[in-house]
Design a protein around this ligand. Structure first.
Ligand SMILES: Cc1cc2nc3c(=O)[nH]c(=O)nc-3n(C[C@H](O)[C@H](O)[C@H](O)COP(=O)(O)OP(=O)(O)OC[C@H]3O[C@@H](n4cnc5c(N)ncnc54)[C@H](O)[C@@H]3O)c2cc1C
Length: 488
């Protein structure tokens, strides 16, 4: 059977590998010149910039993915465990570094807030339960029916998952110090929504970051894409770049083919791994869409971001690989981007400096920087605004690092809402899909199957299980397995 997969991000690649492994004839169509979607990399005069993901968390998800094909992560790329995993910067003099050892993190907590090491232990014990339970029983479910929750012991554990409690309350109950609270809240803030809107279930993210640790794929995050690409090619997947799908042709409630700008591909099955809203609203006739524009308008999106990829012609001492600038008012930033949906007055931001770990990503003696400000999706994006925010964060970066940076920038590329739209057909220029609110979790997410077209499926960060690289990788496996089961 011929399967067409639209889009070559983690979800599309994962679907393609799963179905090719099950004997399907898979062709993957990607609109861009490179595969990898939001996880692409670009090069400039000795600098290698990962364009999107930089935090490699949940390492067991990647291992499990490759094991499915009797392979291992180490067959494709090398992982480096970062120490410190990351640092949080509160002002020029006060930073907290998170060690790769959980015992050292506990000692640090105890120093900042006496008694909090025990609270952290308990917090992480619960988070570990949520993580393991979710991995075993929840996250690989397609979310098509609430009956999935019966017969797997899920129902009786539902209270322990803290779905109805807010993550913010959960953190605040155990920790008083604002810095410790910020440390534990940042994982849901950067990849999801405001901590008060996020179910406490998502402390599982903190478990991954604090207990499992933060890893770096040697050579950059793109090595993961390259690894899965190699796996796909070995399994016989045909990958076609520069093939932007313009139309999914449906007859008698079945897809017959898809059309790109210059080709026509007949298909027995189509899996759309491009942004869901784009597929529904731009590639399908109205009567075949799963959701209309009002539905999408009511979704709570994760933040988008303003990014800067910088090449610096000198080393910068005070940075580590991952640096979170929490030197401004966190509540104000949250309120402005999530509730008011305006540009932040005084943004928190994140700086990745992979050249601290990897000599290959910058010329010798230089630094590779990736700066990210979380913003509201759909924000008005123009050159003037980008420059305005660039000024703000470069000043703060220089202040903290206590060195001149601006005059040492030899490469500067910005990336924001308009680029997400033109590169990925991203709804409102979203970066990380839908926010992890209660009513956008599991079965409440946009469905993986088209309700009217029998052989059309969806995967990726806008459907089950959600945003982030590990969930997108899982999403592709879920849909691949579902299709294989249906057509067996
Ligand atoms: C700046 C940034 C930082 C991030 N940081 C992290 C992180 O540190 N850790 C983490 O785990 N996650 C992170 N994420 C999230 C993670 O990158 C995404 O959740 C994940 O990569 C999404 O994969 P996907 O396959 O669903 O979508 P995508 O990667 O967007 O893939 C969709 C593909 O479909 C293609 N496409 C779109 N329309 C068409 C069409 N009409 N025809 C053909 N192809 C089409 C697109 O070009 C794209 O290649 C980050 C994301 C961003 C943007």
């Amino acid at each position: 059977m011929n399967v067409i997969v639209i889009g070559s991000g983690f979800a599309g690649l994962s679907t393609a590998a799963t179905l090719a492994n099950d004997g399907y004839n898979v062709t993957l169509l990607e609109k861009n010149n490179d595969i990898g979607g939001r996880a692409r990399q670009f090069k400039h005069k000795g600098f290698l910039f990962d364009m999107g993901p930089s935090w490699y968390w949940m390492p067991d998800v990647f291992e499990k993915f490759f094991n499915k094909f009797n392979k291992s992560v180490s067959d494709y790329y090398d992982l480096i465990k970062l120490n410190p995993g990351f640092q949080m910067i509160f002002d020029e003099f006060e930073t907290i570094q998170i060690s790769s050892s959980f015992n050292e993190i506990k000692e640090l907590f105890e120093k900042i807030e006496p008694g909090s090491s025990r609270s952290l232990e308990l917090f992480m014990k619960e988070a570990e339960f949520k993580y393991k339970f979710s991995m075993e029983k929840l996250i690989y479910n397609p979310g098509l029916s609430f009956f999935e929750f019966f017969n797997k012991g899920i129902f009786k554990n539902i209270l322990n998952l803290d779905l109805l409690k807010s993550y913010k309350k959960h953190v605040h109950k155990s920790f008083k110090n604002p810095k410790l609270r910020a440390l534990l809240e940042f994982p849901v803030l950067f990849l999801g929504t405001a901590p008060e809107e996020t179910p406490a279930l998502y402390s599982l993210m903190a478990y991954s970051g604090f207990v499992q640790g933060t890893y770096y794929p040697d050579g950059g995050f793109v090595q993961v894409i390259k690894g899965i690409e190699r796996l796909c090619l070995d399994l016989g997947v045909t990958i076609k770049k520069n093939q932007c799908v313009k139309k999914i042709n449906v007859k008698d409630f079945k897809v017959e083919s898809v059309e790109t700008q210059n080709n026509h591909y007949s298909a027995d099955i189509v899996v759309a791994a491009a942004d869901y809203e784009h597929v529904d609203n731009s590639l399908l006739d109205k009567k075949y869409r799963n959701y209309n524009s009002e539905y999408w308008d009511k979704r709570v999106m994760s933040p988008s971001c303003l990014l800067f990829y910088l090449g610096i012609d000198k080393k910068i001492n005070k940075l580590t690989h991952h640096n979170l600038f929490f030197d401004s008012d966190i509540d104000l930033h949250i309120n402005e981007i999530y509730s008011k949906k305006i540009w932040p007055t005084d943004p928190l931001f994140y700086v990745s400096c992979p050249s601290k770990t990897d000599k290959k990503v910058a010329p010798s003696g230089m630094e590779n920087l990736f700066l990210l400000i979380p913003i509201s999706p759909g924000s008005k994006d123009n050159e003037e605004t980008r420059e305005y925010y660039f000024d703000i964060i470069i000043n703060r970066l220089e202040n903290y690092c206590n060195t001149k940076i601006r005059n040492h920038i030899i490469y500067n590329r910005s990336y924001c809402i308009n680029d997400f739209v033109s590169d990925y057909n991203a709804y409102k220029g979203n970066a990380y899909g839908l926010a992890n609110t209660l009513f956008q979790t599991a079965n409440f997410k946009p469905r993986m199957i088209n309700k009217k077209v029998s052989n059309l499926y969806y995967t990726g960060q806008l459907t089950v299980p959600g945003p982030g690289v590990p969930p997108s990788l899982i999403s592709g496996q879920i849909i691949g397995d579902l299709i294989s089961k249906k057509y067996k």
